[in-house]
Design a protein around this ligand. Structure first.
Ligand SMILES: *[C@@H]1O[C@H](CO)[C@@H](O)[C@H](O)[C@H]1NC(C)=O
Ligand SMILES: *[C@@H]1O[C@H](CO)[C@@H](O)[C@H](O)[C@H]1NC(C)=O
Ligand SMILES: *[C@@H]1O[C@H](CO)[C@@H](O)[C@H](O)[C@H]1NC(C)=O
Length: 354
């Protein structure tokens, strides 16, 4: 069986891409899409009196597990005021998304982020927010709002986590995930549904993928670097967008975002059935690796291994950083996949994570 590359590939047409072409032709009649860049609404800016603007950094990037400081500094202090930090988007379900409120002397953390939030307090005018042990879901826009009862004002800081995007497809085939299923699938693979910004960046870094997938805001897109007829036509390279879709009725693949991990991925030779692979990894004090963990090892540790191995989701993949003949025969680096073979097949090794 020949593998197809699941990411960062160009040109070559595999059977996988062909499937996609057929479905795209079917769907173009009911979906309208463009290659225009889709961006969330921007907040209108007005001249601020109390808060330092522009902020020291409008965007802060940190690794998963690291700490980040979101700057918010007063230039003029009202006699009575509160500073309220809120996470604007993406929103977590069931939480109010206030992170911290301070009146200059006393402060109180709130919500799911509260336990990992503190104030930097480098000086009397400093209301900067510190977040520790960063998680993938912490990405997004945060608002630092000064409330003094007369005229409230705010600055917005964006937090990004260093990481990468990978496409993910259900074991039941192409376009099988509702929004919620896509979200859960990413979490099961050590990721989160990607933001548009993360997908956009992945596209600039080489992601060319001919299957549309959910993003965390409920929109659906796919990134094309090398325009071709079977992938939406000969438009300019860009993110092809289906816009917001029905989260319950529509079905697509997923774009997941993952980051560096604290453990590492290693290969155990086969041939093994899926069940044997599970046992072998346990015997090594680990578990079968998740798809996100394999991508992370490939991307951040240049993991390269020319052997198909089982992963925990039942797929068989292998990571290639130095493309060579007889190693999938695809000229670009990437994580290749054999899909989800019959679990009783004794043909592959195992990728374990510990
Ligand atoms: C993050 O901050 C915590 C204290 O909040 C500290 O213990 C830890 O060492 C810091 N981690 C890094 C990577 O700086
Ligand atoms: C801030 O709040 C605390 C606790 O509610 C209160 O004791 C303190 O007086 C307040 N400080 C200012 C400057 O308003
Ligand atoms: C997997 O292969 C076994 C043995 O060839 C066969 O009995 C079984 O039905 C197959 N399972 C699936 C899901 O195709």
């Amino acid at each position: 069986m020949r593998p197809s590359s699941h990411t960062y590939r160009t040109g070559r047409v595999t059977c996988f891409i062909m499937n996609c072409a057929a479905i795209l032709i079917l769907t173009t009649s009911c979906f309208s899409w463009t290659s225009a860049i889709y961006l969330p609404n921007r907040q209108a800016t007005k001249k601020l009196k109390y808060l330092l603007e522009p902020p020291v950094y409008a965007e802060v990037t940190s690794p998963r597990g690291g700490n980040a400081t979101l700057p918010c500094v007063l230039r003029f202090k009202p006699s009575h005021y509160n500073v309220k930090w809120t996470k604007l988007e993406p929103l977590r379900r069931g939480s109010e998304n206030i992170v911290m409120i301070t009146n200059g002397s006393a402060h109180k953390p709130y919500g799911l982020l509260g336990p990992r939030a503190s104030l930097r307090k480098a000086h009397a005018m400093d209301a900067s927010l510190r977040l520790s042990n960063l998680e993938l879901e912490d990405v997004g826009r945060y608002r630092c709002e000064l409330i003094n009862g007369i005229e409230d004002e705010s600055v917005i800081i964006t937090l990004e986590i260093e990481g990468m995007v990978f496409p993910y497809q259900s074991k039941n085939g192409r376009y099988k995930f509702t929004y919620q299923e896509a979200k859960e699938a990413c979490v099961e693979q050590d990721g989160t549904l990607a933001t548009f910004k993360q997908l956009y960046r992945a596209w600039t870094e080489g992601l060319d993928w001919c299957n549309a997938g959910w993003l965390v805001d409920g929109t659906v897109h796919y990134p094309i670097l090398h325009p071709r007829a079977e992938c939406g036509g000969e438009l300019l390279p860009g993110i092809r967008s289906y816009g917001p879709r029905d989260r319950i009725r529509d079905h697509f693949d997923a774009f997941c975002f993952t980051s560096r991990t604290t453990g590492f991925v290693f290969f155990v030779g086969g041939p093994l059935t899926f069940g044997e692979a599970v046992q072998v990894c346990r015997g090594e004090g680990g578990e079968l690796a998740l798809v996100g963990q394999l991508y992370s090892a490939w991307r951040f540790l240049s993991y390269d291994r020319c052997n198909g191995g089982w992963l925990k989701d039942g797929s068989v993949r292998f990571p290639i950083t130095t493309p060579r003949e007889r190693c999938g025969d695809i000229p670009e680096a990437g994580v290749r996949t054999f899909g989800y073979p019959n679990k009783t097949l004794r043909l592959y090794g195992a990728y374990c994570y510990r």
